[in-house]
Design a protein around this ligand. Structure first.
Ligand code: PLP
Length: 418
């Protein structure tokens, strides 16, 4: 027997020297990704990565922690206290949690914060959107979705089996024509678009949804915490609280956590956990994460100064870019510069990186083909010197990156002065 492995006593195998090959149909997908994502680039890396990571002294305009609170001591302390002092954390699906759990207390405070009856804490913004759509739509439901709405809502439509009808970006007239032709259904929009930073004409869109008896879903991932009274969001700011059926949000943006939320009526929240697959078949957040979110909500409510700083700095940068001739469609802390062709975006990214300025490259499938862009996302803690430096750099590199020839520049009508 010596040297022979017997069942129950087998050593785990070491690292594979030649792993078993994958079937052809998978290999083909990997090869296509290599050809489309890695090979076309000079450095052999995906366009989003650039040549190096930012270091000390870099100007980093990449974070969604808009209020600059991820290292806030009250939030960290709340999580540590719970980890050190609470009993055993149960690792399970949220359907087993009773009334009065930390989760339900947080859900109540998020409902109060936004002026709704209830809310449902989810594992991520993605889970919130997919779960909600799976519950409220089915094969017979027409779903009207703004063309630029976040991918998680598109995936939610797939999960529900419903038919999507995409309307032109921020065009309530086109939405109305589609609803008239196809009947009442669900209307999906983002309040503030994550790639371009522009804000939806929410009042007009909700007018259409109401007129035709549609359910409305507004994804507030990029406006909850940053907009509205004490950060309560755009739906609240625009007085639409009693007219919108559902708000969803990622809590990985201004809330700087790792969660999502659906904000709804209490009647809906009662049934959701027993209908939505992400709620039934995926485990709940851990108590220390919820303790962190509770502390975060307090910091956000008290964060009027941070919000004012954020909006002031965003306005400064938007106006500066416009004066330089860049075509900016943003109304917010997300500012996109559309360099268009991927090859042009590569040149733009490198010119910024060489000067230690880091934004995030967005390209297809996050944007339409050949409309790739550099997204700058701001936070309230950026210094004025950093913002002035970004404008100086973007002014200097306009010729080098071919900015005057970009389609977006021509659409914006800016011309280089001789
Ligand atoms: C508008 C929008 N909705 C939903 C999500 C998904 O959120 P999460 O990262 O929490 O899954 C994102 C994240 O990029 C987003 O920008």
């Amino acid at each position: 027997m010596s040297g022979e492995a017997t069942s129950g006593s087998r050593e785990p195998p070491g690292p594979q020297s030649s792993p078993r090959s994958l079937p052809d149909f998978i290999e083909k997908k990997l090869e296509a990704c290599e050809a489309e994502t890695f090979s076309p680039r000079k450095n052999g890396k995906p366009l989003v990565l650039g040549n190096r990571a930012p270091g000390p002294g870099s100007v980093i305009l990449q974070s969604n922690d808009y209020l600059n609170i991820s290292k806030h001591p009250e939030i960290t302390r709340a999580q540590i206290e719970l980890l050190e002092n609470a009993g055993r954390e149960l690792v399970m699906s949220a359907v087993f949690l009773h009334e009065g759990s930390d989760k339900s207390l947080f859900e109540k405070s998020m409902a109060d914060f936004t002026g709704f009856q209830s809310s449902i804490l989810c594992q991520s913004g993605w889970a919130a959107n997919v779960g909600l759509m799976q519950v409220i739509a089915d094969e017979k439901t027409p779903v009207y979705i703004d063309f630029f709405t976040h991918m998680s809502l598109w995936e939610g439509i797939k999960a529900s089996g419903a038919t999507p009808y995409a309307f032109r970006h921020n065009d309530p007239g086109h939405l109305e024509r589609l609803v008239r032709e196809n009947g009442s259904g669900v209307v999906l929009v983002d309040s503030l678009y994550s790639t371009t930073g522009d804000i939806a004409p929410l009042t007009d869109i909700i007018d259409v949804a109401e007129r035709y008896g549609c359910a409305s879903v507004v994804d507030e991932s990029h406006s909850l915490g940053t907009h509205g009274l004490h950060g309560s969001g755009l739906v609240s700011e625009l007085g639409l609280t009693h007219r919108v059926h559902f708000i969803t949000a990622s809590l990985a943006k201004a809330f700087a956590g790792r969660a999502g939320i659906i904000i709804s009526s209490s009647r809906f929240a009662r049934y959701y956990p027993y209908l939505a697959f992400p709620a039934i078949f995926s485990s709940a957040l851990l108590p220390h994460e919820i303790a962190g979110l509770r502390a975060t909500l307090k910091v956000i409510r008290e964060g009027d100064d941070r919000r004012a700083q954020l909006h002031e700095k965003a306005r400064f940068l938007r106006e500066g870019f416009e004066q330089l001739g860049y075509n900016i469609v943003s109304d917010s802390q997300i500012i996109a510069i559309e360099s268009g062709l991927e090859s042009d975006t590569e040149v733009f990214r490198d010119a910024l990186e060489e000067r230690d300025v880091f934004g995030s490259v967005f390209l297809t499938p996050a944007t339409p083909k050949n409309r790739s862009l550099m997204r700058f996302s701001l936070h309230s803690g950026l210094s004025w010197e950093e913002l002035e430096y970004v404008l100086k750099v973007c002014g200097e590199i306009r010729d080098e990156v071919g900015m005057w020839e970009w389609k977006s520049t021509k659409r914006g009508g800016a011309k280089k002065l001789a």
